[in-house]
Design a protein around this ligand. Structure first.
Ligand code: ATR
Length: 277
């Protein structure tokens, strides 16, 4: 049986084994999917050991996505753009690194939430790894504009500059939060780590155009602080990142197995689990 795993530290909380087991059942693929805890100073050795035991691929989570990028001998264009790898595939040619996070976000937005991005004005909040991974997949949808805003403005400007050549016809800019005053957007994506501190980014009011969608990459049992703030600011549609989690897993599964699972029932199952927790 082909073996896969999620590797991280910590990793006990990861929902990836449940998601991939459901995908495997649904598509009739015979595979095993485990959790692997790597020591903080032992990522490469842990991957090598799993590979030596016959492992076919791994999902990579916190804090190893940059190390996974370095470890990959070949990388997809989207992994190259993200500067981080969340999916490893092992074959006779070595270690291939991909990044499915941004594609998972875009698929959740466009497919699950029915929110097309072409011609829309998108605001991306944050300029760390999570935001970087989203930029190229968002630009590929040909929005009218993509604004990257960050607490530390210089990082947002640098991120926008890094993708200038990929912007196509989209207006691409970077700024701090105060400069958002007086502007409005159709889609606002929170890729900051503010929720980890149970906080929402300090944004000026009036960001949401009529019918706009507020999207938080984070998720939890109740409403996230960002989505609560978005509701108060008049965002008519709001969604958390549980769908992105399932969609990035589906993209990894597709890379490994060549078949795209139906994510809807798996997302519904996770949503039920979360509500019952
Ligand atoms: P990740 O890989 O999750 O993106 P990261 O690279 O450490 O993590 O980036 C964290 C991001 O969350 C940054 O954009 C950070 O803003 P700064 O660059 O100004 O530090 C943002 N962030 C963290 N806490 C925040 C808060 N309370 N309000 C707004 N932004 C916050």
């Amino acid at each position: 049986m082909d073996r896969y795993a999620v590797v991280g530290n910590p990793v006990a909380h990861s929902k990836s084994p449940q998601i991939h087991a459901a995908f495997a059942r649904q598509t009739g693929q015979a595979l095993g999917y485990e959790r692997v805890l790597a020591p903080l100073d032992g990522f490469a050795a842990t991957v090598a050991a799993f590979r030596a035991e016959g492992g076919r691929g791994m999902n990579v989570t916190v804090p190893f996505k940059l190390e996974a990028f370095a470890l990959a001998e070949r990388r997809s264009a989207r992994a190259q753009a993200a500067g981080a790898v969340n999916t490893l595939a092992f074959d006779s040619e070595g270690i291939f690194g991909d990044n499915t996070d941004g594609a998972g976000l875009v698929r959740d937005l466009t497919h699950n939430l029915g929110c097309p991005l072409a011609g829309r004005r998108i605001l991306l909040l944050g300029a760390g790894g999570a935001a970087r991974g989203a930029v190229l997949p968002l630009l590929a949808e040909r929005p009218a504009a993509l604004t990257i805003a960050n607490r530390t403005a210089a990082k947002a400007l640098a991120l926008a500059d890094a993708f200038r050549a990929e912007a196509g016809t989209a207006a691409l800019d970077g700024c701090g939060f105060p400069e958002l005053a007086g502007r409005s957007f159709d889609v606002v994506v929170n890729a900051t780590a503010a929720s980890l501190a149970d906080a929402a980014p300090a944004l000026p009011p009036g960001l949401y155009a009529p019918g706009a969608l507020a999207y938080d990459m984070m998720y939890g049992r109740g409403e996230t602080p960002f989505l609560a703030a978005a509701r108060a600011d008049g965002a008519e549609r709001r969604a958390d990142g549980l769908g992105m989690l399932v969609e990035q897993a589906a993209e990894s599964f597709l890379l490994w197995r060549g078949v795209r699972p139906d994510t809807a029932p798996v997302l519904a199952e996770l949503r039920r689990d979360l509500a019952a927790r």
